[in-house]
Design a protein around this ligand. Structure first.
Ligand code: HEC
Length: 131
């Protein structure tokens, strides 16, 4: 009984090890590959408002990329262990989600507002951490 338990525990640990996430990109690489292109798509709305369903659908996708990249910034091995870092990363998740909802609703006014929120989040985090 005890041995079976130990074996089970052992294999569970192996499964957890295999399934554990592993940061690959640096923070700077996350910025250039995911965060800059996806936020650019959202910032671009103010000069180039989406006119087609396809353009709105693209904004939905870019918003999801931005939202999830906030989660990536919070991962162990990447996150700076400070409350502000976690708050600003979470801010990216929340405003990315707001942008997704605005794109889904094809709500231009809301999209522009959310763009301002996103820009403020980038700026606050950089003010503290981009030296
Ligand atoms: C949670 C904090 C945080 C948030 C939020 C954040 N950044 Fe960054 N950003 C950083 C850090 C830290 C670096 C520097 C990384 C390094 O050089 O190691 C950086 C670097 C950059 C760079 C320079 C990249 C380079 O090549 O050195 C750009 C451009 C950038 N971020 C754009 C953005 C934009 C746009 C947003 C918002 C949509 C954003 N960032 C949101 C922390 C953040």
């Amino acid at each position: 009984m005890r041995i079976t338990g130990l074996i089970l525990l052992g294999s569970l640990a192996a499964v957890q090890q295999q399934g554990a996430y592993k940061p690959v990109a640096t923070n700077a690489q996350l910025m250039t590959t995911l965060i800059i292109p996806s936020s650019d798509a959202i910032f671009d709305v103010s000069v180039n408002p989406p006119k087609t369903d396809e353009a709105w659908a693209n904004l939905e996708n870019q918003s999801l990329i931005l939202a999830e990249s906030g989660n990536l910034l919070m991962m162990d091995g990447r996150a700076v262990a400070e409350t502000l870092w976690m708050e600003e990363s979470r801010g990216l998740v929340d405003s990315g989600e707001d942008a997704f909802k605005a794109a889904k609703a094809k709500d231009l006014k809301r999209m522009l507002e959310v763009g301002e929120d996103i820009l403020a989040t980038c700026a606050r985090c950089h003010y503290q951490y981009l030296k």
